[in-house]
Design a protein around this ligand. Structure first.
Ligand code: ADP
Ligand code: ZN
Length: 619
């Protein structure tokens, strides 16, 4: 045992900080990292809920390096493991993964290293870990800890339930002496409770960080016109930046990617229907590019740890607020400003609700899922700060408005339309739920083609001339979002009827007001305030113009190095670190070592090359 480790036993957090600096090149712990690490170093199990980008992985990586034995990390996706293992190896950590993609020779070598006590971290899938022979072999191995990454996958109240995670509950009795750390970025109170129950962490401490992501600038708008055109407009207004666009279907990703390429944007499609090698190439291309746009289904997600994603656009809405925050959270991981833009519509909500009703699960589970969908659309179509709404949803208290989302910056004004709402509700009631949205609007305007005598005889016929057809359509949609109207799918030709009877009665009595958004066209940050664009420009150019050439030279070197090693560039150094190097122009190894993101291994591997490039720019 090295002297540093003996010291670590005396003052565990000093040892942890030492590793944070030497191995990972970061100066200080962030948020709750130190608390979580302290708990695990004391040999106790814990649960940690940290937002995406909050630095969850160090919470188990550092204790694995300090505590004797192998650190075991359970992770749901191979892509996630591959990335983390590559990054750890770059930092000089002995890490490996065992999954179905690893060939037998490499597997045997990994086991040899495990048994010789040479490995610090081993990444495994839940089903891989729980195979009897694997458990048997691991029971002979001293374990530093067991980390359960993406722990919300264990809960059916969560948004990403994976039945194979359920088996992990047995780890408590199989390895009673080994501390277990469950980590996740997304879990509301109920899901957290469920994770603790399933993983037998009831008696353990729970660390819940703030879900604030101040670098994210959120906006959402109702779908209008063709989706492709809107997305192309949003993307072309953000040139030379990396972004992810989520679409609801495979076909949708292909169409959008094509539309973007037609507009001159280098966009790639990614979905589970593509063959594996094509997916891998596209993923690498995206990770390695300085500015690339990936159009993907949610099959593209976890483990995509590209730090400089400047925008995430949901061309179709996410499945829940958890999914929203996780998917949007892939933007701005380097801490620089980034945008999350969501397109949504009442038909998306209807579709999501229909999917749930068709699912073969318990009634209680369906109810939870329906509530989650309603909460999501209340957030998207709401009129209060979006960031604050998300944080409240995750159980944070005393949350303040973010001041920078579309709603905070006042782009969405509302007007009281209670009277018009009463007309629409009463028309829907009189029409008896037998018409679609378009017919309802025509009825209000008295413009129905070939109206029946029955329809013309209704007191609501033509009473709505104060609003235009577009405004009535908006209002109808609004009423559906609020549950005042209900849309019945009717095999793809949806019919509108009265929704929640109590709420409708309140509107008629004037006890409940209905407010509608003004202006009707969606908020467009690129054409209105211009603020998000300016901000990200500033942050990216935290670099003095004079340092730009050095920065570019460093990037070019990093790009060559990454290609040679077949790793994404940011695992070598991220942009932040290159900016720091370009600004500080370190003249010695010691000066270079002081910069963020430069640990010992990286100093040893790349120190010379970097100093040489910097030296070339002297004078
Ligand atoms: P997540 O919580 O999403 O899994 P990661 O563990 O991948 O986040 O960390 C996100 C990024 O933050 C990584 O690039 C990591 O190097 C960086 N990071 C983690 N901890 C710190 C820290 N204490 N100081 C500076 N950067 C950190
Ligand atoms: Zn806000």
């Amino acid at each position: 045992m090295s002297p540093a480790l003996a010291e670590a036993d005396l003052a565990p957090l000093d040892g942890a900080r030492e590793i944070l600096r030497r191995t990972f090149g970061h100066q200080e712990f962030r948020g709750l990292q130190a608390d979580v690490i302290g708990e695990v170093l004391a040999g106790r199990s814990a649960m940690a809920v940290l937002p995406t980008g909050g630095g969850k992985s160090l919470c188990y990586q550092i204790p694995s390096l300090i505590r004797p034995g192998l650190g075991l990390v359970v992770s749901p996706l191979i892509a996630l493991m591959t990335d983390q293992v590559a990054a750890l190896i770059q930092s000089g950590v002995a890490a490996a993964r065992l999954d179905s993609n690893i060939d037998p020779a490499e597997k045997a070598e990994t086991w040899r290293r495990i048994e010789a006590g040479e490995l610090d971290l081993l990444y495994v899938s839940p089903e891989g870990l729980m195979q009897p022979w694997m458990l048997e072999r691991l029971s002979q191995t001293p374990l530093a800890l067991i980390a359960i990454d993406e722990a919300h996958c264990v809960s059916q109240w969560g948004h990403d339930f994976r039945p194979e995670y359920r088996m992990l509950g047995r780890l408590a009795e199989l390895f009673p002496a080994v501390p277990r750390l469950a980590v996740t970025a997304t879990a509301d109170a109920r899901t957290r409770e469920d994770i603790r129950a399933e993983l037998h962490l009831e008696a353990s401490r729970e660390f819940v960080a703030s879900f604030a992501r101040p670098e994210l600038i959120l906006s959402a708008e109702r779908k209008r016109g063709t989706k492709e055109k809107r997305v192309v407009d949003l993307v072309t207004a953000r040139p030379d930046r990396s972004g992810v666009i989520y679409a609801g279907s495979r076909d949708g990703t292909e169409k959008l990617a094509q539309a973007l390429r037609d507009a001159g944007v280098p966009a790639l499609a990614y979905h589970a229907g593509l063959d594996r090698s094509l997916r891998t190439t596209r993923l690498e291309e995206f990770l390695e590019a300085d500015a690339a746009v990936m159009v993907a289904t949610i099959a593209f997600g976890m483990g995509v740890d590209k730090p400089d994603v400047r925008f995430v656009i949901h061309a179709d809405p996410p499945a829940s607020i958890e999914a929203y925050w996780q998917e949007i959270g892939r933007a701005g991981r380097d801490g620089d400003p980034a945008e999350g833009i969501t397109l949504y519509g009442a038909s998306d909500m209807a579709w999501a609700l229909r999917r749930i009703s068709e699912r073969d699960v318990d009634e209680a589970v369906k109810q939870v899922q329906v509530r989650k969908v309603r909460q999501l659309y209340a957030l998207l179509d709401g009129t209060g700060c979006r960031a604050a709404a998300v944080r409240r949803y995750f159980g944070e208290e005393g949350v303040k408005a973010c001041g920078q989302c579309d709603l905070c910056s006042g782009a969405v004004e509302t007007t009281d339309v209670t009277e018009a709402a009463q007309k629409a509700l009463s028309a829907a009631h009189r029409l008896g739920g037998r018409t679609g949205r378009g017919r309802l609007v025509d009825h209000l305007l008295g413009k129905t083609k070939e109206p029946s005598a029955f329809e013309q005889g209704l007191s609501t016929w033509g009473i709505g001339t104060e609003l235009s057809a577009v405004q009535w359509r908006d209002l109808t949609e609004q009423l559906i979002f609020e549950g005042l109207l209900r849309e019945d799918p009717n095999d793809g030709r949806p019919l509108v009827g009265i929704g929640d009877a109590d709420a409708v009665r309140q509107v008629f009595r004037g006890e409940r007001r209905v407010a509608m958004r003004k202006p009707a066209e969606g908020y467009d940050p690129s054409t209105r305030s211009g603020r998000p664009r300016k901000k990200s420009r500033e942050a990216l150019a935290a670099l003095a113009p004079g340092d730009q050439p050095l920065f570019e030279a460093l990037r070019a070197w990093r790009s060559r190095e990454a290609k040679a090693q077949h790793v994404p560039p940011y695992v070598i150094f991220n942009d932040r670190t290159l900016v720091e190097i370009a600004a500080a122009r370190p003249g010695s190894r010691a000066a270079l070592a002081r910069l963020n993101g430069v640990g010992e291994a990286k100093l040893a591997h790349y120190g010379e090359a970097v100093l040489e490039i910097v030296g070339g720019f002297e004078g």
